[in-house]
Design a protein around this ligand. Structure first.
Ligand code: NAP
Length: 316
């Protein structure tokens, strides 16, 4: 038994993952580890590959034969924060084109909604106000995307196809056809003053934590909107609320939060200029992700470099 699955998802979802992974691995057994299963020491010792989807902190201790971890999620910040994950253990994140397409769909939904000012019409409708607003064309609207990875690049391309002016920021200045590339801290400072709708799709690392703070938000032009689909830790919420309350920013769509689920007494719920979503921008679909995870594990076991290998020194 070379494979095991660790997840705090509800048991029926874990069983669905297990079945799909076993099918994709040609019928090989995939053990279910804690909290839903309790393999004995001999079973644990035989496991070489762990598939993880929201594993409990401390889950990586007690697998003496472990050689590879495949995340079933795209973001690995939670895994990297777990001290029980050995530093030198190869870890791969999920790279599923169907998942990136779903994220692009979410980005397009939020950007079009902000572009067509649905948040303003909703506020007007609540007061029975019939008032058409001036409407710029997509070609006159500048959208900035932070992160040009699997998610960001696909989202930026989708926006570009809709006619928006799209600017993309990454560490390396990765080029995406039709998207103006910016790189590094100077690139961000140059890009933000142009951006009317800012979409965050960065991974959460030491370098990106708190990146959407007072200073960066102040660089956006007056009336700009924010769509945070990366991680809650990217955004300094107090700085966002100050910018919204002072009328410097117009609206924020937030899908991710420091604490999830967002506590019932959090002021974000009630803020008229904030749309709260329960971390749903892109949800891994086991039907497409299980075969990708299984193939990546096989690739590793056959001595090849797995896809989506996390560079620990960069934290993503
Ligand atoms: P990815 O393929 O690893 O891409 C990350 C991108 O961010 C790359 O373009 C990278 O630049 C850039 N980047 C990283 N650190 C940077 C820095 N310090 N400065 C500038 N750019 C930096 O990741 P992905 O698959 O697109 O996923 C991105 C994130 O989306 C995930 O980590 C997760 O947090 C979030 N996510 C959210 C949901 C949701 O439902 N809300 C779902 C899935 C994922 P280079 O290209 O130069 O390396």
């Amino acid at each position: 038994m070379r494979f095991a699955l660790l997840s705090r998802l509800p048991y029926r979802r874990v069983l669905a993952w297990q079945e799909l992974l076993q099918g994709a691995l040609g019928g090989a057994d995939v053990l279910v580890g804690p909290p839903h299963g309790d393999p004995d020491p001999a079973e644990r010792a035989a496991v070489e590959v762990l598939f993880v989807a929201d594993a409990a902190p401390g889950s990586f201790a007690g697998w003496p034969g472990l050689r590879f971890v495949q995340s079933l999620w795209a973001g690995v910040d939670g895994l990297l924060a777990d001290p029980s994950l050995p530093q030198d253990l190869p870890l791969a994140r999920m790279k599923d084109p169907a998942f990136a397409d779903e994220m692009a769909e979410s980005v397009v939904t939020h950007v079009l909604s902000l572009h067509r000012q649905l948040h303003r019409y909703r506020a007007q409708a609540a007061l029975r106000i019939w008032q058409p607003l001036p409407q710029p064309r997509a070609a006159e609207r500048v959208v900035g995307v932070l992160g040009m990875g699997e998610m960001g690049a696909r989202a930026a391309s989708a926006l570009q196809r809709l006619g928006f002016v799209v600017l993309g920021w990454s560490r390396s200045g990765r080029s995406v056809p039709g998207v103006e590339a910016y790189a590094g801290p100077d690139g961000l400072a140059a890009m933000l003053p142009r951006v009317e709708i800012l979409v965050n799709l960065l991974p959460l690392t030491e370098a990106t934590r708190g990146i959407l703070d007072r200073t960066r938000l102040a660089l956006l032009p007056p009336g700009a909107c924010l769509v945070n689909l990366g991680r809650g830790g990217h955004l300094v919420t107090a700085d966002l609320l100050a910018a919204l309350d002072e009328g410097r920013l117009d609206h924020a769509v937030l899908d991710v939060f420091d604490v999830e689920p967002l506590p019932g007494d959090d002021p974000l719920w009630e803020h008229g200029a904030v749309s709260v979503l329960p971390h749903v921008a892109a949800v891994t679909d086991p039907r497409t992700a299980a075969p990708i995870a299984a193939a990546n594990a096989r690739r590793f076991l056959e001595g090849h470099e797995p896809d989506g290998l996390v560079r620990r020194e960069l934290g993503y």
